[in-house]
Design a protein around this ligand. Structure first.
Ligand code: FE2
Ligand code: FE2
Length: 257
């Protein structure tokens, strides 16, 4: 059995950077060598500022510092996580901010937030297509079960047509905050190597639904942001390639025979 150091999973050494992408939406990103991907958080600076994903706890101090470059923590109104995983909301410390309220899917609420002793129970959950106004911005919650977790959801900000797809449209590497290069082949190879999707079907159903929203900017949790000109390429790659789990987990073959 391998010895595991928490430091591998709580990467305090990752250098975290912040860039405004557009429309008061900031990408707070750190590259983690062990995984070869960036971990991105998004701060939507509105009358009621919202943080989408918190990052793993090891990055917390740096991410908090970057949030404070834009707003005082006292202003932070919502902290949204899109499925129950440590990189999505390991930074629960943000909930110590006086106004910060946890936001999640109804499934995350029922499956995860109401059954643990030391997990904050106070939160607001959303069913599919419900919305939250934060001032000028309006978030629509899209339930995307099994892309890649049971409780997964995405957020579509309607006034700027911004899509926050969590782990969909992932790209490896430490690239620019916004990219115009098509890395969809790399995305497919990464999905094949890490095994995060049990099957293509729910992913493709979601891709078709997202296409109807006509997103103008896409903010993946891992990789670069890209605009509508690349969306169709990434969507096409997911529609035509096989990428579901076939025995590879985080780059390692699982021998089950
Ligand atoms: Fe995830
Ligand atoms: Fe993630």
């Amino acid at each position: 059995m391998p010895e595991v150091s928490r430091s591998l999973y709580f990467p305090k050494t990752a250098k975290v950077e912040i860039h405004e992408i557009r429309d008061g939406i900031y990408r707070i990103s750190g590259f983690v060598d062990d995984y070869g991907i960036t971990f991105n958080q998004f701060l939507v600076n509105d009358e009621q500022p919202t943080l989408i994903h918190t990052g793993p706890i090891g990055m917390y101090e740096q991410i908090e510092q970057k949030v404070k470059e834009v707003i005082p923590l006292e202003k932070l109104a919502y902290v949204a996580f899109l499925h129950f995983e440590s990189d999505e909301w390991g930074g629960m410390e943000f909930l110590k901010a006086p106004r910060a309220r946890l936001v999640c899917s109804d499934l995350s609420s029922k499956l995860n937030l109401t059954g643990w002793a030391n997990v904050p129970a106070d939160h607001t959950s959303f069913w599919d297509n419900e919305t939250l106004s934060t001032g000028r911005r309006k978030f629509r919650f899209i339930m995307t079960p099994h892309v890649h977790h049971w409780d997964s959801m995405m957020i579509f900000e309607e006034t700027t047509k911004s899509l926050f797809p969590s782990d969909l449209f992932i790209q490896p590497g430490n690239n620019k905050p916004v990219m115009s290069d098509d890395l969809s082949d790399n995305m497919i190879k990464l999905y094949q190597a890490v095994g995060i999707f049990a099957s293509e079907k729910p992913v493709r159903q979601t891709v078709e639904r997202l296409a109807k929203l006509r997103p103008e900017m896409i903010y993946p949790m891992h990789g670069s942001c890209f605009d509508s000109s690349l969306f169709s390429k990434y969507a096409h790659a997911l529609m035509k390639n096989q990428f579901a789990y076939t025995g590879m987990l985080l780059g390692q073959k699982l021998e089950v025979s």
